[in-house]
Design a protein around this ligand. Structure first.
Ligand code: NDP
Length: 387
């Protein structure tokens, strides 16, 4: 029986992970959960999965949750970053699924690594912000970090059984999002509702908006660099609207390896929990004859400058990806709150990147300070923008 903690159990990945756990209850048991503010859903999860501890984002939310529970719910309720860290390092858990959205995922994930937990990593921001520290600490603590992001899971699966010295290139596939065929002019007028309508994947708001701007792919390029210890110039992105090929590797002799399947996050989540084993699921198999054509094209970085900005930040290294991520996080929130347009996103992020002097080999403190600085400066720019 593998004991699992889920950071971000009320989110899209969290719910899929709980579904995998429920359908494989002979293998997995929930040990602890965390949420942000959705205590209605967290309460239901407490009643169903009976975790020993939970944490939420702040004291007020924790008190509300506490008041809504009965004496039958024997669960420790924690809050704030300290509470999230305590749950992430909960002694009896074997594996922690890191699925908080955004930069808030970094510190709890690091706490889980320090506590010696294996990590199923969905929170790409952890690698984007602190990939060097995360990979170094994971080696030191002898913990495995298995990717959950479908592209990185695909690369991870493609590499199985192959000698790394034969790997020449990683090719991340991108659906292109809902605006793949929009003109630059049309992109200026898109609404939040349109942006949240991803053609292939059902995900949380932040990652869905990032998919539409292609920032998500940019963050994934940086994530891939750390996961697979690859040079940024050896990581390519190719647009593949069907999201059937989840990513590819190219060997030194030009042969390609691809991992394919239906677009459902339960598959990479389950694989991250059972690796190196696979388990049966109740999902439909991929029928390529029914799928028909698979298309591939070059990404348009003029139309989607966020991808270009991410490559530039990745090549610059140090704290540049921290700034990219922080500026994006604040700008996406502002877009959700209707304060800016979709097309403002890359302009704002570029301005903040241009104001930053990157720190090389940053410490955790450098990373956290840079994150705060970039968020504050992005907030100021947004205030100045008139819609
Ligand atoms: P969601 O927005 O659906 O869920 C986010 C989760 O994080 C929720 O449980 C939310 O709690 C919690 N949360 C948010 N902010 C905080 C905070 N400050 N403190 C504590 N908890 C917080 O996101 P997704 O599940 O879509 O994505 C999660 C991560 O996985 C992201 O990094 C994303 O990039 C990555 N990912 C997601 C994929 C997907 O298919 N969804 C695919 C690949 C990667 P609450 O709702 O209770 O406030």
């Amino acid at each position: 029986m593998k004991k699992i903690t889920i950071l971000g159990s009320t989110g899209s990945i969290g719910l899929s992970a709980l579904d995998v756990i429920e359908k494989n209850s002979q293998r997995f048991q929930v040990e602890a959960l965390t949420a942000g503010r959705n205590i209605k859903l967290l309460k239901k999860q407490i009643e169903k999965f009976k975790p020993k501890a939970v944490a939420v984002s702040n004291k007020e939310t924790a008190l509300k949750l506490h008041d809504s529970l009965t004496s039958k719910n024997k669960v420790k309720v924690l809050y704030d970053e300290e509470g999230l860290k305590e749950v992430a390092s909960f002694p009896s858990a074997d594996t922690v699924i890191s699925a908080i959205a955004g930069s808030a995922g970094l510190i709890p994930t690091l706490a889980a690594i320090e506590a010696g937990k294996n990590i199923a990593l969905a929170n790409k921001e952890t690698m984007v912000m602190a990939g060097e520290i995360i990979t170094r600490r994971a080696i030191k603590k002898r913990v495995k970090i298995i990717p959950v992001d479908s592209e990185h899971s695909a690369i991870f699966q493609c590499l199985e059984g192959h000698d790394r010295k034969n790997l020449r290139r990683i090719i991340l596939t991108a659906s292109g999002g809902p605006f793949l065929n929009f003109t630059r002019n049309e992109l200026r007028k898109v609404t939040l509702t349109q942006t949240l309508r991803h053609p292939n994947w059902k995900m949380g708001k932040k990652v869905t908006i990032d998919s539409a701007s292609m920032m998500n792919k940019g963050l994934e390029v940086i994530e891939a660099k750390w996961f697979f210890n690859m040079d940024i110039n050896s990581i390519d992105v190719i647009v593949h609207p069907q999201s059937i090929v989840h990513s590819m590797i190219e060997f030194i002799d030009g042969a390609l390896g691809a991992q394919m399947g239906i677009p459902d996050m339960k598959v990479p989540i389950a694989y991250a929990l059972t690796y190196p084993e696979r388990i049966i699921n109740d999902l439909p198999a991929l029928n390529l004859a029914e799928t028909g054509s698979l298309e591939f094209r070059k990404p348009d970085m003029k139309k989607f400058p966020c991808l270009k900005l991410a490559y530039e930040a990745a090549l610059c290294g140090g704290t540049a990806p921290v700034v990219l991520n922080a500026a994006d996080e604040i700008a996406v929130s502002a877009f959700i709150e209707n304060k800016i347009r979709f097309s403002d996103l890359p302009e704002i992020i570029e301005k903040i990147l241009n104001c930053h002097n990157p720190v090389n080999n940053p410490s955790l403190d450098d990373i956290l300070q840079t994150d705060l600085w970039a968020k504050r400066e992005t907030g100021k720019i947004i205030e100045r923008i008139k819609k």
